[in-house]
Design a protein around this ligand. Structure first.
Ligand SMILES: [Zn+2]
Length: 317
């Protein structure tokens, strides 16, 4: 893998990466010399990690974008399948509400009302799970901000699907000629509540753009970080092995920031980023606003399923 033929651009990138490492080492030296790190988690208890090195697979940006696309694909496919199933249940719900399914079984047993409610509930569950997978895919393989329309649609597809999954039912229920006013109101009311839940779960409060990911990892400039750390279950990568968020994760993976992105860790840990900026290791672009920072933080605390969320200092005695 390492012996792969490198073109001059890659060699140039490697050189730059090496310079970045030097800068990092330099920064680490000053940090140790200073010794006044305010994060008790970082200094008091030095946690021993089992670190496994991960080789970078991609050589250039296009290569990397291909890998990101591949990482996200299974999530996108399953999301679309679940959404389609959800819409199928909406159709069933409409048919049950209008009592047009030729299934005597429903009329005799669960009853029409229960049937459409169950169908709408299944519709909601499928739409919500689909949206979560879609959001996960968008974080693994974000849309480019250059195409504003595509960026908006890709990030709001969960919301659009939620609307499609409930609004037709509401319209059909309200315009049904045979149903009485009370049943119409109940049907519309239930569907509006489910619609609200679906829309809320579809919103990506912290959408990520492809540019942010590439910028943050130094891929845009060819100055990737030589050694960053991440956990198998995490969604972010860390610049510092002694980051407090990693205290409860004995097994770490390490590699370049490009390798981290390849492995689905598309954002930099907010704590590490703040520290990196202080120590001159991270240079935020001028247009980086606080919203972007909040976003990385949310990813860290919101989506991590492992135990690296723990910010409590670990006392090794
Ligand atoms: Zn960190």
């Amino acid at each position: 893998m390492a012996t792969k033929n490198q073109n001059s651009a890659a060699a140039e990138a490697a050189k730059k990466a090496l310079e970045a490492v030097k800068a990092k080492k330099e920064a680490e030296k000053t940090r140790t010399a200073g010794g006044n790190d305010t994060r008790s988690a970082g200094t008091k208890a030095r946690v021993q990690h089992n670190i496994t090195h991960v080789e970078q697979q991609s050589v250039g940006k296009q290569d990397l974008l291909g890998i990101m696309n591949k990482n996200a694909k299974p999530y996108r496919i399953i999301a679309v399948i679940l959404w389609l199933l959800g819409l199928g249940f909406e159709v069933l719900a409409i048919l049950c509400f209008k009592k047009v399914i030729p299934w005597k079984f429903i009329a005799d047993n669960p009853g029409w009302t229960i049937s459409w409610i169950v169908c709408l509930a299944l519709d909601l569950i499928l739409v919500v799970i689909g949206s979560q997978l879609w959001k996960k895919a968008n974080h693994l393989d974000p849309a480019s901000e250059k195409n504003k329309a595509k960026f908006w649609i890709q990030n709001n597809l969960g919301v659009i699907i939620a609307v499609v999954a409930f609004v037709p039912f509401i319209i059909f229920a309200l315009t049904d000629k045979k149903a009485d006013g009370k049943s119409k109101a109940i049907a519309a009311g239930v569907a509006v509540v489910l619609l609200a839940v679906g829309v809320l779960s579809g919103i990506d409060w912290n959408p990520v753009s492809q540019e942010q990911v590439l910028e943050e990892a130094g891929i845009e400039t060819g100055e990737v970080y030589e050694s960053v750390y991440w956990t198998k279950s995490g969604t972010v990568y860390h610049l510092y092995e002694d980051c407090g968020h990693l205290n409860n994760s004995p097994d770490l993976l390490t590699g370049t920031s490009q390798a981290a992105v390849e492995n689905g860790k598309t954002r930099m840990c907010q704590t590490c980023q703040t520290r990196g900026v202080k120590e001159g290791l991270v240079h935020l672009p001028d247009n980086t606003d606080t919203a972007n920072n909040d976003q990385a933080k949310d990813n860290e605390t919101g989506s991590e399923t492992g135990n690296e969320n723990e910010t409590e200092p670990v006392d090794l005695g």
